[in-house]
Design a protein around this ligand. Structure first.
Ligand code: G4P
Ligand code: NA
Ligand code: NA
Length: 190
């Protein structure tokens, strides 16, 4: 997506060899016009997928997910993060290990908000190691729901998340794909 790539070039800051800081339009301050454009693009890409619901993980997935859900005219639910897990009959849960932050979060979704048989579109801000998406897939499976697509705002093709998802045989669409960081510059794939 040209608009997003331009914005990454303009406002993204490369930290070390692996991390892109985009806190002035996605991860802290949020640009609603850009989120709207991204939501419309996800809806266009998954127009044929018969999506019933959008699922994401708090916090940074929420903005793109809500605009995708708006454009698809379906509800959106976000998995909540919990540091410790109190087992409950009422929730689906998954463990999500963050390589970036070196900590495990438990993510939970109330059982009322995913119905068996629903067709889910998973949305996230970054695809890095793929742990967040894996967690959402575990929740979908536990709920008896079907993952019909994964929509990613920024994919880093050099980390292992994409490989994990390719093994899963699910359709993945990323609005920007980063192949490498070269001396502080972003190199896009293709
Ligand atoms: P994953 O997202 O593919 O599971 O990979 P990883 O475990 O490495 O990600 C841990 C956290 O770091 C996630 O945010 C993820 O979005 C974020 N992240 C990964 N790579 C980058 C990057 O290059 N730039 C930025 N800005 N973030 C990155 P989180 O812990 O879920 O936090 P939140 O922002 O959603 O609250
Ligand atoms: Na994030
Ligand atoms: Na995230």
């Amino acid at each position: 997506m040209k608009l997003l790539e331009e914005r990454i070039k303009q406002d993204g800051r490369v930290i070390g060899t692996e991390v892109l800081k985009v806190d002035n339009f996605l991860n802290h301050q949020v640009d609603p016009a850009l989120m709207k454009a991204m939501g419309d693009e996800f809806a266009r890409l998954f127009a044929d997928a018969k999506v019933d619901r959008v699922l994401t993980v708090e916090s940074s997935g929420i903005a793109p997910a809500v605009f995708a859900a708006l454009a698809l005219n379906v509800p959106m639910v976000f998995a909540r993060k919990k540091k410790s897990l109190t087992l409950s009959e009422d929730h689906y849960t998954a463990d999500v290990y963050s390589f970036t932050k070196q900590e495990t979060n438990h993510v939970i979704v109330d059982k009322r908000f995913i119905q068996p048989g629903e067709r889910l579109l998973l949305i996230d801000d970054f695809l890095a190691n793929g742990q967040a998406v894996e967690g959402m897939m575990q929740i979908a499976e536990a709920a008896g729901a079907e993952v019909v697509g994964v929509g990613i705002v920024i994919e880093k093709t050099f980390q292992k998340g994409r490989v994990l998802l390719d093994e899963r045989d699910v359709r993945v669409e990323s609005l920007a794909r980063i192949a490498a960081f070269d001396n502080g510059e972003v190199v896009f794939a293709d």
